[in-house]
Design a protein around this ligand. Structure first.
Ligand SMILES: [Zn+2]
Ligand SMILES: [Zn+2]
Length: 393
């Protein structure tokens, strides 16, 4: 089959690789109809994530048609499914509490050492995202093997098209959980840093959850325009003093909740490259957490801090005093996708949520490398790229 493979920093190619096969009884094979490039794929593209090997198939946002099932799968051939980016067994301690992104069983033991050292316990597995998180082949391909296919995939009714539901795989539930983690109350004023896909979905979710005012912070005009279109007020941080503006917009006490949808960006897991590197270079990363630090200072006393943006390693100059003195609630985490898909699918069906507004480009899978390059270099115009195997050039 054809698949987008990683060959080194800034070097991804569509190659012919071997077809996936059923390995375990709960597996299913999906023929991909749509797959997206995620902001976090750019961390792989930039070569800052350790544990990626030449030839690895990338992609963790995908959907398609069931073409083969193991005996333990409850899927049926011909069904259309969206697959969560988190691989979860459904039966372990964490999965039973719907903490699917903390699954104890999906990341093989031999791949657990580095994350266990960094975080105290190992990470669970993700599709197409380095051997740190299991080394599973991703879905920017014609076909993909889906482990635990009786737990993750959600079946899509025929009247919804791919564009409407594809983002149930990651960014929609990630934005939703980002807003949920901000514990939004009616009349809350919420500020969101970053108007990438996750930030935009967090803004939309916060509005659906009843926030009276949502303030979007970015500097790309087109991304700010999308936030405005959703009903947010906007701040261009290159033109405006964010802290002053937020104080003014919140009646002088600070905003009730803040959402950091920026994360480490190009930094990603860079300082995690090796534990030794972390030890040597602790402190290197502190500037990269500047959005989060600004958020912690902007939120009011007793306010809420949500972190859907990805951080991997360590950071210094951390405003611990503000965190304690202000009595803040801070929540983060990889998304427990399976917990949200059913409810969010219903909200797409009844029109509460629109997922299509941020799609800027649709390309054949064969042009995936061009998609990566432009998504990285032209962030203002290339807001979200969908790849379609078999699409005409
Ligand atoms: Zn993603
Ligand atoms: Zn589990």
């Amino acid at each position: 089959m054809r698949a987008l493979t990683w060959h080194g920093t800034g070097d991804v190619r569509v190659d012919t690789v071997s077809d996936p096969e059923i390995i375990n009884s709960r597996d299913a094979i999906i023929k991909i109809t749509s797959t997206a490039i995620c902001g976090s794929d750019l961390h792989l593209y930039d070569g800052v994530i350790p544990g990626v090997k030449p030839g690895d198939v990338l992609g963790h946002e995908f959907m398609g048609e069931v073409v083969e099932t193991g005996l333990g799968s409850n899927l049926k051939k011909g069904q259309r499914v969206v697959v969560p980016f988190t691989i979860s067994c459904g039966g372990c301690f964490h999965c039973k509490q719907q903490q699917y992104s903390a699954c104890d069983n999906s990341n093989p033991v031999e791949k657990q050492d580095m994350s266990a050292t960094l975080y105290g316990q190992p990470m669970s597995a993700l599709f197409g995202y380095s051997h740190l998180t299991g080394g599973y082949s991703g879905g920017q391909a014609e076909y993909v093997r889906v482990p635990f296919s009786d737990v993750g995939p959600i079946v899509i009714p025929d009247h919804l098209d791919d564009d409407q539901v594809l983002f149930l795989s990651d960014i929609l539930p990630t934005g939703w959980m980002g807003a949920e983690n901000a514990d939004i109350q009616p009349d809350d004023t919420v500020a969101v840093w970053g108007c990438g896909p996750v930030g935009l979905f967090a803004i939309q979710s916060a509005i659906v959850m009843g926030a009276s005012k949502v303030i979007a912070i970015d500097h790309y005009p087109n991304r700010l325009a999308l936030a405005k279109q959703l009903g947010a007020q906007t701040i261009d941080f290159r033109e405006t003093d964010v802290r002053e503006a937020l104080m003014e917009m919140s009646g002088g006490i600070g905003v009730d909740a803040v959402i950091d949808a920026v994360g480490m960006e190009s930094h990603g897991f860079a300082i995690d490259n090796m534990i030794d590197v972390v030890k040597q270079k602790v402190g290197m990363g502190f500037d990269r957490a500047s959005a989060l630090k600004q958020a912690i200072l902007a939120v009011r006393f007793g306010g809420k801090v949500s972190i859907p943006g990805v951080y991997g390693g360590m950071s210094d100059k951390w405003p611990l005093g503000a965190m304690m003195e202000k009595g803040l609630q801070i929540r983060g985490g990889q998304t427990h996708v399976q917990k949200y898909t059913e409810d969010l699918l219903a909200k797409i069906e009844d029109g509460t949520l629109d997922t299509t507004f941020l799609i800027s480009h649709r390309l054949p899978l064969e042009q995936a490398a061009e998609g990566y390059k432009n998504f990285k270099e032209q962030q203002n115009e290339w807001t979200k790229v969908i790849l379609k195997p078999g699409m005409e050039n």
